[in-house]
Design a protein around this ligand. Structure first.
Ligand code: FUL
Length: 485
């Protein structure tokens, strides 16, 4: 076994276990693997596209349009199209930055609330075609999807709220909007995510638009069945309920949305036994605004790390907005910050101390689902308990390890199950590994990924007691890190 760089000298002998004769062990293993029962899925489940979406973990949002040039956050829709005039737009630079940052996809604001389309739409007179930029022939949406191809997944934000369109506030607008969706998805898709902003203001005629959400969602589902549809209430993924970058500590991907409801107070936490799988997406900007403003600056690495722990580390997907400037490029200040942020994550997650452990669980379902599979990085291998919803995972080390960060992952293709768990470490000075367990932390939900920070401890034994789960727990990863090394 390789030696952990952080291990310290062990002064007491490892606990003795009673050895069974080899033949008895083989017979036991054989019996266990013959009777092994495949774990049944539990409750509502993610689609394959939702699992792939969640595995992205961290994606980029790009707010770009007339506001980039006017200093506004919400354009009125009456600004001249001419204001859109990037001096050196290059979407390949956005992709380069996203890749360097470790992001797996990018979502572009193809149409924000001002109604300006970043492609020459047939259904609007407020588009790039009405500008003198590149002689009215420019097409940022086309450039964007081409730059993303084969490198990162491309996603699209199309605001239903349109402060420019003359039909906004009338039933015809829904038809216009569906045509717009079709135009974008047919000509520029497929997209991994369709982002529907929840903001819905007054139209120029003073009327509020009644959006035909079933029609919008069905249109996307038909044209682009693998696109995960974001809105405040899903159906593919839900808004986390704030723009500050955090999900609740308890965060269920299932949630029940009342028939026709367009918001929910359960957005940050989801619902145990919720009726649909609608995981949380955490959207937040690297700068104070969503659009670029000359006098604003990106968040610090410390702030970004905090956001990461509270989003990805709480069963959410982090969608970090990085606005291009008036050149059409992501400023060096922001790209540098993203690289520093990545370096910090790489440093923390470079060395998984759990790899040095012998792992076992109190309940044995069978060899195929044994606890050592918690250590491998293959997504589809997992540990499955045959307990009734409670179980304990033990990590025993030959030499003590020091850690302050624990990562747990549930195997979500079979549902989200764990409702409460405790983590305890064995006191190094106590000789008896069966006693003197010290609480290290506790938590409620796990979901796709949970990161738990605690005080720096040194131990040879750690146990994770799952004391409440909706069904037999199924986890595919346990990892331990020391963030101070
Ligand atoms: C909000 C919008 O009103 C903001 O302008 C921004 O696009 C943000 C991501 O969503 O609802």
């Amino acid at each position: 076994m390789a030696k952990a760089a952080t291990t310290t000298i062990v002064t007491k002998p490892a606990p003795m276990r009673k050895l069974l004769p080899i033949t008895s062990i083989s017979l036991l293993v054989l019996a266990a693997s013959c009777t092994v029962q495949e774990p049944a899925p539990f409750g509502v489940l993610p689609t394959k596209a939702q699992v792939e979406w969640q595995k992205n973990e961290y994606t980029m949002f790009v707010h770009f349009g007339p506001n980039t040039f006017t200093g506004m956050e919400w354009g009125s829709g009456t600004e001249s199209a001419e204001v859109f005039n990037p001096s050196s737009l290059d979407c390949r630079q956005w992709v380069e930055v996203a890749e360097q940052a470790g992001m797996k996809g990018i979502i572009i604001t193809a149409k924000h609330h001002d109604g300006f389309c970043l492609w020459p739409s047939k259904y609007s007179t407020h588009t790039v075609a009405q500008t003198t930029w590149r002689g009215g022939k420019g097409n940022p949406l086309r450039e964007f999807v081409e730059a993303c191809r084969g490198r990162v997944a491309a996603g699209v934000y199309i605001s239903p709220w349109d402060r420019n369109h003359p039909t906004y506030g009338t039933p015809q607008y829904n038809e216009v909007f569906v045509n717009t969706l079709k135009e974008v998805h047919q000509n520029y898709g497929p997209f991994f995510e369709q982002w529907f902003d929840g903001a819905c203001g007054e139209g120029p005629n003073g009327r509020k638009q009644e959006y035909d959400w079933p029609l919008f969602n069905n249109t996307i589902a038909q044209l682009n069945p693998n696109a995960v549809i974001f809105s405040d209430v899903g159906p593919g993924c839900r808004w986390v309920g704030n723009e500050r970058g955090y999900a609740d500590e308890t965060n269920w991907s299932p949630i029940t949305i009342a028939n026709g409801a367009r918001s929910t107070d359960k957005a940050p936490c989801g619902m145990q036994n919720g009726a649909e799988w609608i995981p949380a997406e955490v959207d937040v900007s690297i700068r104070p605004g969503w659009f670029w403003h000359a006098n604003e600056h990106p968040k610090s690495v410390e702030e970004l790390m905090e956001i990461y722990f509270n989003s990805v580390g709480r069963n959410g997907l982090l969608l970090l907005n990085v606005p291009p400037d008036a050149r059409g490029l992501i400023p060096a200040e922001d790209s540098l910050r993203l690289v520093e942020f990545r370096a910090e994550r790489d440093r923390i997650f470079a060395h998984d101390l759990a790899q040095y452990a012998k792992v076992r669980a109190a309940h044995l379902r069978g060899k195929r689902y044994s606890a050592h599979q918690l250590l491998d990085t293959a997504y589809h291998t997992y540990w499955a308990s045959n307990g009734d919803g409670t179980d304990t995972i033990y990590l025993d080390f030959d030499q003590s390890v020091k850690f302050d960060l624990l990562m747990l992952q549930e195997y979500i293709p079979l549902g989200q199950r764990v409702a409460h768990f405790k983590v305890e470490v064995h006191d190094l000075v106590n000789e008896d590994p069966q006693s003197c367990w010290i609480p290290w932390c506790e938590g409620t939900t796990i979901g796709y990924k949970r990161l738990l920070r605690g005080k720096l401890v040194e131990t040879e034994h750690l146990r994770i007691i799952i004391d409440s789960a909706l069904a037999a727990p199924i986890l595919n990863r346990v990892a331990l890190y020391n963030t101070t090394r």
